[in-house]
Each structure stands twice: as C-alpha cells, then as structure tokens.
Design a binder for this molecule. Sequence first.
Ligand SMILES: CC(C)(COP(=O)(O)OP(=O)(O)OC[C@H]1O[C@@H](n2cnc3c(N)ncnc32)[C@H](O)[C@@H]1OP(=O)(O)O)[C@@H](O)C(=O)NCCC(=O)NCCS
Length: 157
Amino acid sequence: MNLVIRPFQPADLPSLQRITIESFAGISLDQTIEAQFGEQHGHDWRWRKARHILIETERNPAGAFVAEVDGSIVGFITTQLDREAGSGRIANLAVVAELRGRGLGRQLIEHALAWFRGEGLGFALIESMAHNEVGRGLYASVGFSEIGQLVHFAMKL
Ligand SMILES: CC(C)(COP(=O)(O)OP(=O)(O)OC[C@H]1O[C@@H](n2cnc3c(N)ncnc32)[C@H](O)[C@@H]1OP(=O)(O)O)[C@@H](O)C(=O)NCCC(=O)NCCS
C-alpha cells in the first residue's frame, strides 16, 4: 500500500467532510441528539459533523493531516492546540471503511503526536464515545490512559 500522510490543504475539505459523514454514522453525538430531539435549526447531524471539520481545519489548518493511498484521500486527523497550556487535542479522526484495520488510524495518530512534540507541546488529549470500542482500543494502544468519563446533556429551548 502506497500510503502518504501529508499536511491538509483547503481543497481537501469536501473529501474530509464526506469521509466524516460516512464514518460517524452510529457514533456521532450530534446524531444521538437528533434521534432524541429531532433536527435542530434546519440542519441534520451530517451537516453539524461536517461543520466541525470546517471549523477545526479553519482554526488549525497546520495541525490537520490527510492520509492518501495512490493519490486518493482515505483518512484524516484534525487537532486543536492550546500553546499556553502546552497541550494538543486530537479533535477528529477517520479512515474509510474499506481500509480500516490496516494501521492507517494508528499512523495518523502517531503523525499528530509527532507534530505535537515538534510544536513543543508536552501533553496530548483525545475523547471517545464510551460505546466506540475501536477508538478506545486504539487510543490505549498508542499510549493514552483513560482519565475519566464525561456525560453529555442536552435540552431543547
Ligand atoms: C477509529 C478509526 C480511525 C481507526 O482506523 P483504522 O485504520 O481501522 O485503525 P488501525 O488499523 O490503525 O487500528 C489500530 C487499532 O484499532 C483497534 N481496533 C481496530 N478494530 C477494532 C475493533 N473492531 N474493535 C476494537 N478495537 C479495534 C485495535 O486496537 C487496533 O490495534 P491493533 O493494531 O493492535 O490491532 C476507524 O475505525 C474509523 O474511521 N472509525 C470511524 C470513525 C471513528 O470512530 N473515529 C474516532 C472517533 S472516537
């Protein structure tokens, strides 16, 4: 497999958003909210999830990376930095379904962690939905420790 992990470019955004929508069905917090409360403000969970990727890549384009196999985008990772606090957070990560289980997700995380170190950060953070076993297994195996569980609440106004 001819894998290249390269910096994000603005033209990649539609591909990243498409992979996000395909990958997060069933594991997106926005989808859970929608299932309980219905569509919010005329936008469905796909729009909201795609919007996260827009916001993350606008805020920190240098901290987003794209995995390409034979010239096609097959995965990505986005990050957010708090330089004062010395920490980096992995915001979103996805690999197309056909190429999962071949180490791409791990390589994207290692790439982001190496970039964090190069930026002088001393701490990395990541979150996962409790029921997302792939994410939880993967994060522990690259060295993250579970530090707590967050419960999300939502209400309609
Ligand atoms: C999470 C995701 C990016 C992983 O990508 P990937 O390329 O399949 O990951 P890798 O091949 O590098 O997998 C590495 C590890 O994932 C874990 N893993 C893979 N499949 C798993 C499964 N079905 N159940 C539990 N853990 C699993 C294992 O710990 C594996 O480690 P190993 O190399 O020791 O077997 C991919 O599954 C994905 O896009 N999922 C949908 C979106 C998502 O969940 N994103 C993360 C949000 S929290």
